[in-house]
Design a protein around this ligand. Structure first.
Ligand code: ZN
Length: 154
């Protein structure tokens, strides 16, 4: 396992759509392990494939509301969402940039695990926000597109 470099704003890879994962092999497992290391090392709550230069539909989310378990999502899709929350949001690829983003408050995602098994997971508040933020990355979307107001930081 190792910490990888994070792709920064300005790199066109952040605006590309990712490909579906078809092979659940040792290479995928090692990428996921590196993504977890990279996210934790950068004190993030989520990281998506394009952020380490990999255009695959994979992301990891730190579920801070459930003992910091790390959820791996492969080929994730949102199957239900409800409520609304507006809160500050940032991204490891946009250091120093924060802004208010309105998103659903509760989100259920269907995804595959590292062995290809399908599962469903529901997150709320920050975890729901992280799911949606990371899945946006897989479609080439970044949070600044959705910011209603940027937050000034010194
Ligand atoms: Zn991000």
């Amino acid at each position: 396992m190792s910490v990888r470099n994070i792709v920064m704003d300005g790199d066109p890879i952040l605006r590309k759509r990712c490909h579906k994962v078809e092979k659940f092999d040792a290479r995928l497992h090692s990428i996921l392990d590196d993504m977890k290391d990279t996210m934790l090392h950068a004190n993030g709550v989520g990281l998506a494939g394009p952020q380490i230069g990999i255009l695959r539909r994979i992301c990891v989310v730190l579920d801070t509301l459930n003992n910091d378990r790390i959820i791996e999502l492969i080929n994730p899709e949102v199957i239900a969402s409800s409520g609304e929350q507006t809160d500050g949001e940032g991204c490891l690829s946009f250091p120093g940039k924060y802004g208010y983003v309105t998103r659903p408050d509760v989100v259920t995602v269907r995804a595959q695990d590292r062995n290809g098994e399908w599962f469903e997971v529901t997150g709320e508040h920050l975890t729901a926000r992280a799911f949606l933020h990371e899945i946006d990355h897989l479609d080439g979307h970044v949070f600044i597109e959705k910011v209603s107001e940027f937050i000034e930081t010194e």
